[in-house]
Design a protein around this ligand. Sequence first.
Ligand SMILES: Nc1ncnc2c1ncn2[C@@H]1O[C@H](COP(=O)(O)OP(=O)(O)OP(=O)(O)O)[C@@H](O)[C@H]1O
Length: 460
Amino acid sequence: MQPAIIRAERVEKYYSQPSENRIQVISPTDLSIVQGEIIALLGPSGSGKSTLLRMLTGLSTPSAGQVYWHEAPIQSADVNVSIVFQSFALFPWLTVLENIEAPLKARGVDAATRRKRSLKILDTVGLDGFQAAYPKELSGGMRQRVGFARALVVEPEVLFMDEPFSALDVLTAENLRSELLELWHKKTIPTKSIFIVTHNIEEAVLLADRIIVLGRNPGHIRTDFRVNLAHPRDRKAAAFTQLVDYIYKVLTQPEAPAPALPNINGRRVRDQREMKYQMLPHARPGGIAGLLEFLLDHGGKSDIYRLADDLAFEIDDLLPIVEAASILKFLTVTEGDAAITALGTEYANAEILRQKEIFREAAVENVLLLRQIVRALQSKSDHTVPEDFFHDTLDEVFSEEETIRQLETAITWGRYAEIFDFDSTRRRFILPESALAEPESIFADAPEEEEEKDKQETGL
Ligand SMILES: Nc1ncnc2c1ncn2[C@@H]1O[C@H](COP(=O)(O)OP(=O)(O)OP(=O)(O)O)[C@@H](O)[C@H]1O
């Protein structure tokens, strides 16, 4: 799976009651927020949506389990999130501009920078001209714009919203929703993920890339699925109403197991919790070769943090390279140590052409996406396949942004190792002449057996 920005592992929440000992509000729950997605959290009143949101932001500590921020325990991490509340939660005694500046002031940002950043975001959310107004002079919609501006001014990595539109009239809510989507899709805001709690099923289907529905007594995830509909979404489209109906069914049958996910446009909607698709780390073959050569020159084994220091790499830049080398079985990682394997040693010592050959065999054997590309190319009489074909498969598992990155990495690896050619004008994969001569040689086992095994492992 894709690395999580925030990951909740078996989190639970209990509250003490004067009459009883305690009540459980959330039962053990796993949930990850990854880059590039808008998640909508739906559920009946009292199912624990706000409680879960507060734990994911680090505002509230789970009674059991742990929340991680970039894999570090959230309580000790430098968390960069903001929350937009239903009630706007503005300071009535401060002007619009001062309200927006407040979180920057709390973070110790100097006055000149505060002013500059606040004016810029004020402009982005359509509040120019209102900087000197007080909240009570504003309509609900304008107040919530201030709420958005105040949340966005700190450039949060994850933007949380707790029913942000439910105190607004229908038209104002619609207007703000589409403006938010525009900021997100045009990347006007650097926010990497949005998590929105809502009661409104249509709002969830309009906005979200992924929808989670909670059940109650105690709160638990009943369904968690990806919404693969292009934007702008049409409320009247069959696929849209099918999803709305499905969620409605889940919510109105609280005691029954969640009904089966529907088929949308001929494809079954996937439960996110079933997804086991391999995530390709974004490393270049040159980087992998460089790492192996360095390891070989330094005794073949090293602590990964030490390695980052020695190479003057940020750990976050080194980890994908280590992971890629590990997927290819060029090295093994145990207890924080990376150790080069016999295959890795052979690769590091080989001449360029032999290196490509070793990489090709390792990549096709160990990387599912590359295997699927080769298989598709071999099955086509013209030995070409459009990129879109794989885009659609990956889209079921990854966000749009990650899907593009997965394909970019696969193309880089495939081209380097001469597994396939890629026509970047027509966005098509092409089987090279050399593979055509020996079509089966690229698979260790018979293709059908391998294909069956891949399907069983990934469900795709
Ligand atoms: N501080 C608290 N002390 C005791 N119980 C609490 C506390 N906060 C929340 N609860 C209880 O936890 C349960 C979940 O509350 P929460 O507000 O998270 O649900 P919700 O799904 O967000 O509800 P709503 O949709 O009505 O906002 C409710 O039964 C609520 O009464």
